[in-house]
Write a protein that binds this ligand. Sequence first.
Ligand code: SF4
Length: 480
Amino acid sequence: MPETPERQFRANAYPYLAGLARPLGWRVSWRALGVRYNPTLRYTLEPDDLKLLLAEAKRLKPDVVVVNERLAPRQLAALKARVRYCPLGEDFPAHFAAFVRTVDPAAPAAVLDDPDLLETIEPEFPREVLNSAPWAAHPLMRVVAGARCSYQTLADDNPFYRGLKLPAAAMPCSFCGTPARDEGVRDPVAFAARHIEAAARRRGASDAELRFELIGARLWRRLEDFVAELVRRGVRGAELSFMPRIDEILEAREVLRRCLPALAERGLALRLYGAGVENFSPDENARLNKGITAEQVHEAAAFIAETRTRWPHAFRFPDGKLSMILFTPWTTLADLRVNIDHIERCPLICARAVLGSRLQLFPGRPVALLAEKDGLLAKKRKDGFYNSGCIVSADQSEIPWRFARPEVGLLHELGRGLVQHYYGERRADGPQARALAAAAAAAEARSPKPLAAFRRAVETLERRPRTRSLPQLLTLMLQS
Ligand code: SF4
């Protein structure tokens, strides 16, 4: 369980694996170790954590240990048990029975072949945190009640993708690998409510707020039924996180207004997170096939601000959390200007933090095929390892790409430097970091806006497009 309770990749199915104990006669224990988040997702347990795990294995003598991260083989070998890496992500309902067969080849087909298998299992939460990592104590419980997102458009409707040989006629956002298949859960409302009720029962007398992440576009569309079902089951004191798109938030405004009084009365809260603008430039937005306009973003931001003020406990939308992909292989200076103007208008975007954000390409995704067609793939990237959040397993690696316009590459380098300057745990040192800090201070002295230095850099490059290095750009910025 890396660093924050939110990062528990491939543990979605654990409550159902634990719930199989009764029908299959297993003895199941669920143990968690909080570890420091590593963006490459390659973990080696600290010696003390390994000792805790080995002591637990010695005590429990398991036949099989199911792990959700690929730990170092020598550490796993020390467990002296059959180890199964659980690859089940958000599409786990479709692959659950097949995975169970790898854990227990003797599991009876009569149980596993039941088409309603997941709906019949009572989810269990026998989880114990072995170490004292503070973020492990208050976990986020993920309930997968179907595919996260159902957004798809016809590739032929998008001029950038028309005629490109894509794997299917319909496409989601062009960079996204979220599974769209919606299998395994017949009634998302009943399924999610049962899961939450089971977790709430385990809370006992504690009045600490439980935290759930609800995954399922069909569930979001039935929010009102879901809230009514939670009320009927007497669930109280929980935060329910959803990740709707911006257009889905706009569509749900009336439903939200109707649901919030009932939620507030029971100490329940809705938390919306992870909605993406991606890019305010119409061309960039179309290449990303996002299908969200700048007007929709500002309209949603106004609704969110008003609703947060009215329901400060029951409606949560953290500031700065609208996500963006600011840089792509095709980005122009004009695209960046459009983005700066809109970002400065939108309080839900963390202006300085998005300056380092860039597109990641992965095999088979439409935008990777577009970049290949446009000759923008590269042998290697120069900016080192980066994880926008799209890398969720150690087996995944991105396809390197290059900027069509070298001056935009300089702005990306500057953007990453500014993020380090404003947010880095340690301020970078050296002549370039000092020049960057001086340029940022000079720009901020003239304009209090958060993107002052970045705007000045764009203006400088508009005047001096042949600038080819960051030190040269920083010098020009200070002179202008
Ligand atoms: S990026 Fe978000 S909105 Fe777009 S397809 Fe993926 S999950 Fe859906």
